[in-house]
Design a protein around this ligand. Structure first.
Ligand code: THU
Length: 128
């Protein structure tokens, strides 16, 4: 499924609404049933209301009732492959735990990480 997930992330990146940064990002997350949920970044003229591709994909899936995830592919057009921002790492941890992340670009470069390696000491419900 990794190939389909990567292709979905690259394809949805084309839908990014990024007139301010011009930095288009796509994300595709696979749930435990093998379904793929996609998201792109959606910017706003206030800048601060911008939402990243990863959170769009996760929130779309959560709002459809999905609670278990296997892996996420994140696509941007950069040679140093783009990792999720801090806010997205926190949201991914909340819903996905130590998920596999596949970073990709349109030229076929890929790198794979576990969230725990990018986000080693997360705050979560265990502290409450
Ligand atoms: N962005 C994402 O969508 N995901 C990331 O992992 C990093 C940043 C977006 C937010 C903003 O629209 C643009 O990229 C530049 O920061």
């Amino acid at each position: 499924m990794t190939g389909a997930l990567v292709q979905a992330a690259l394809a949805v990146r084309e839908n990014a609404f990024a007139p301010y940064s011009k930095f288009k990002v796509g994300a595709a997350i696979e749930d435990a049933a093998g379904r793929i949920h996609t998201g792109c970044n959606v910017e706003n003229a206030t800048y601060g209301l911008t939402i990243c591709a990863e959170r769009v994909a996760v929130f779309k899936a959560v709002s459809e009732g999905v609670r278990q995830f296997l892996r996420i592919a994140i696509a941007a057009d950069s040679d140093t492959l783009t990792p999720p921002c801090g806010a997205c790492r926190q949201i991914l941890w909340e819903f996905c735990g130590d998920i596999e992340l596949i970073l990709v670009n349109p030229r076929g470069m890929t790198e794979t990480y576990r969230l725990k390696d990018l986000f080693p000491k997360p705050f979560d419900v265990s502290f409450l």
